[in-house]
Design a protein around this ligand. Structure first.
Ligand SMILES: NC(=O)c1ccc[n+]([C@@H]2O[C@H](COP(=O)([O-])OP(=O)(O)OC[C@H]3O[C@@H](n4cnc5c(N)ncnc54)[C@H](OP(=O)(O)O)[C@@H]3O)[C@@H](O)[C@H]2O)c1
Length: 413
């Protein structure tokens, strides 16, 4: 058990999915991936931070991103297994299958709760079959599992209440609990289905892959026409990739702006100016690549708008980020860092201190008995050197209190 490592992952945050995938990609091998997480249709209807309806992203799109990122590793580790948790509810998806547009996915009124959950689970099933078509012959075996009706935490009270109001919601929740107690599989029994797909030799020996598995460990034909439509499976895959690219692209220019601004504004710029310049040139080169992609897309891709948008916003970020950073650095931070690099002088007594030895001091701490003579503010000035208010001491006498004839206590600008 010491070998178990836990990574936190919220499937409704595609950036987090990317990060977890990047961590898993570093594993020397990956033999089994089980995409188990899922939610019932979410009420009220809400979009994730990526702007995609939550039920669809949590049940399907997050898994799609994680899985496609890990396919090369699964392939290099073959024989390997993939298990996708679908549901018998896939048959309740709209007749046309999964909507292949963001507007269709996000449309609040286009699907009822059952159809919405069904569409996400149909997507899981079709995705599983398509992986098997693409990689099954290379030893990456993919199956989809309907675990049956299982007595778990899936049907949550707050979801019922959001859907039906507090009274009816609580009633429907109790009815669902009763149904679970009377008829549902226990979680351990239901897990046999996915264990079969993940570990049983039959998957390879009897070529049980690219299938829908139902309780208990039994093949069953899908119950939606689109699950037999191979052309639809390819379109769903392409749509999913496009949706992810577009969703992540929305935040990329902003991230570039923040990164370039930060690099040009703060201590790293002060300490390693040439390295920062090189990194900024790297960002500019990335933008040039995006210009190339946008031009290419104009001629070769039916919907090139996103590439143009990305190129434009990236260009804006690459220009404004360093400009803002430079302004912050030169007007605020550089001076601060320079002063920080200067000497700190402690216990300075103006009655005997020598000004020349203090010109490289950044911070001067005066000895007890020295104080600011605000009555003499602005009175001492010598070319570009002046005291805003002279520091004096009661023991000091002379024409300019606190400053000996050579101007002991100085602020320089
Ligand atoms: N129960 C059934 O009758 C039934 C029937 C057919 C299919 N299924 C499918 O079986 C799978 C397992 O469901 P279950 O019955 O075990 O339900 P569950 O008890 O509610 O467990 C669902 C799991 O998914 C995780 N999850 C939910 N949203 C997530 C997100 N955004 N990111 C990461 N993880 C998330 C949950 O984590 P947290 O606890 O941290 O939220 C939880 O561990 C699901 O895919 C479900 O669709 C269940």
């Amino acid at each position: 058990l010491q070998q178990v490592q836990i990574l936190k992952l919220d499937l409704t945050d595609l950036r987090q999915v990317e990060q977890v995938a990047a961590q898993l990609e570093r594993l020397p091998a990956l033999h089994i991936l089980v995409n188990n997480a899922g939610v019932a249709t979410q009420f009220p209807h809400k979009l994730t931070q990526n702007g995609i309806e939550t039920t669809f992203q949590a049940n399907y799109l997050g898994h799609f991103l994680l899985t496609t990122r890990l396919l090369p590793l699964l392939q290099s580790s073959s024989p390997s297994r993939l298990v996708h948790l679908t549901s018998g509810a896939h048959r309740g998806a709209p007749v046309a299958g999964v909507p292949l547009s963001l507007e269709g996915i996000n449309d609040k009124d286009a699907m009822g709760p059952y159809a919405r959950y069904g569409a996400a689970k149909l997507a899981n099933l079709i995705f599983s079959q398509e992986i098997d078509r693409r990689l099954g012959h290379l030893g990456v075996y993919s199956n989809a599992v309907h675990p049956g009706v299982v007595a778990t935490e899936m049907l949550r009270l707050d979801n019922f209440e959001a859907m039906l109001g507090s009274f009816l919601g609580a009633l429907a929740f109790q009815a669902a609990q009763l149904r679970n107690r009377l008829f549902a599989y226990g979680a351990q029994e239901a897990a046999l289905n996915l264990l079969f797909c993940a570990a049983a030799p039959e998957v390879e020996v009897r070529t049980v892959h690219g299938k829908l598995i139902v309780p208990i460990a039994t093949e069953h034909p899908p119950r939606h026409a689109q699950a037999f439509n191979e052309e639809f499976a390819i379109r769903l895959w392409e749509f999913s990739e496009k949706l992810i690219t577009e969703s992540l692209a929305k935040t990329k220019p902003w991230a570039v702006f923040v990164a370039t601004c930060w690099l040009s504004a703060f201590r790293i710029k002060y300490l390693f100016p040439y390295t920062v310049d090189l990194i900024l040139i790297g960002f500019i080169l990335a933008w040039v690549v995006s210009v190339g992609a946008a031009v290419y897309a104009r001629f070769r891709i039916p919907e090139p708008t996103w590439y143009t948008y990305l190129c434009f916003t990236l260009g804006l970020a690459v220009v404004t980020g360093p400009l803002c950073g430079h302004w912050i650095f030169s007007s605020l931070m550089q001076h601060y860092y320079r002063v920080g690099d200067l000497k700190v002088l402690s216990g300075v007594d103006v009655s005997n201190a020598q000004g020349d030895s203090m010109l490289d001091a950044g911070i001067v701490e005066f000895a007890k008995g020295n104080y600011l003579d605000e009555m003499r503010a602005w009175h001492f000035k010598h070319h570009v050197t002046y005291c805003v208010a002279p520091v004096v001491t009661n023991r000091t006498l002379g024409p300019v209190s606190g400053c000996n004839p050579r101007g002991t206590i100085l602020s320089r600008i």
